[in-house]
Design a protein around this ligand. Sequence first.
Ligand code: GLU
Length: 504
Amino acid sequence: MSKNVRVRFAPSPTGPLHIGGVRTALFNYLFAKKHGGTFVLRIEDTDQNRYVEGAENYIVESLKWCGIPFEEGPGTNEKFGPYRQSERKHLYKAYADQLIAEGKAYYAFDSAEELDAHRKDHEEKGKTFIYNWHNRLKLKNSLSLSAEEVQEKLNAGEDYVIRFKSPQDETLHLKDIIRGDIKIDTNTLDDKVLFKADGMPTYHLANIVDDHLMEITHVIRGEEWLPSLALHVMLYDAFGWEAPEFAHLPLILKPTGKGKLSKRDGDKLGFPVFPLAWKDEQTGDISRGYREDGYFPEAVVNFLAFLGWNPGTEQEIFSLEELIEAFDLEKVHKAGARFDPDKTKWFNHHYMQEQHNDDLAEQFKMVYPEELNDIDINYISMVIGLIKERATFVYDFWNLGHFFFQTPEELDEKSVKKAWKEDTPELMKELITVIDSIEDYSQEVIQNTIKGWITSKEIGFGKVMMPLRLSLVGSLQGPDVFDIMYMIGKNESIRRIDNLLNTL
Ligand code: GLU
């Protein structure tokens, strides 16, 4: 790539960022890094009605948590700043005026009620109302009215919008890196509003002006913006600017593969669709987040990367560095990407194994503060080393290893039936003296001593190992019995066997 690649993630702060948005940010980031380019964050907050307090912060936090930092953005390296469109308000009007002066856009004075009436009228006749060449001369705008009438309205301070004058009877040839060539008949396009009555630009105008001023070379965004591509390309043309290249990413589909993934799917099937938890201040509703649900950012990044892209090999585990190396926009698919919550967990299980036990111990302590408060962090870390192979989330550690920290309170009935026979009490009493006699209480010595004793008695291993495990764990589950005995110590091991003898 010869030119200096600059891409942007341009979310609107209207609520928590959907993971689809994070995927867009990730693909932008990967593309930028791959080509030694720059990843920019621009906040598109021109729609005051949809602005939500805290949403921008949420976006920034999410990118930080995922480990995909922007190099330019609000408060960071503001070379082309400001990066919040609300702070760039003063810029946009002149561009709209320029298009008017050149006859490429026009003032429209139609009220919302009038437009509604037109819409209804068309519907009744089985038609759709499109504001364009077809009927614009019958409507109230600077193309249909005389120059004096227009000036009068403007002087009187009447509300107006500025519309783009889309061409008649032309075929546009658009290019998308993922979708290839797209042909559009301009007669199907409406004269989109560029500038609103409230003095703010619409998304379309602000987006194009900013991408131009910020020297964006590639626009990588969600498929929902594909219908806007024609207008955007026409706008670049109207201004005489070189358009960036475009890539529209495929939709993220429900686990069933039918329809777009929504928050409701997540609620119903029990997985988050947001990177971080979010509280809706108006309803008090809390949406769960991947971070709070115990996912590692590496896992989230890895599964997001595979939503619509794959390297074309068998490899599934990719660090961020490896993703940058392997990523290729041309390999992104057109078809929607089905979201698979089980695969997401599979990634988390994998990244769990790569974490340091000490870090996991700190996290585990935060999840179970009361239970683990007095327990040495090194001990917790050792326990994690024994059980994490079977854990997907940090909070799984408790179920998998509570008996390392507390005498089991409950006995699993099925296990009792299976493990506790008539001759068990005698064996357990003898086992206690065997354990008591061990001086060097290490895993190896415990194992050799007990196994030796069982062999010398010429009985099956299960006859001892099952009730022993039952006393230590409360069920027949858990890691190696001798590891458990070593970890909880000699006295506690004996105490637990004794306890069970008294209970059963
Ligand atoms: N503000 C738009 C959004 O919320 C940006 C679309 C684009 O990237 O052009 O997704």
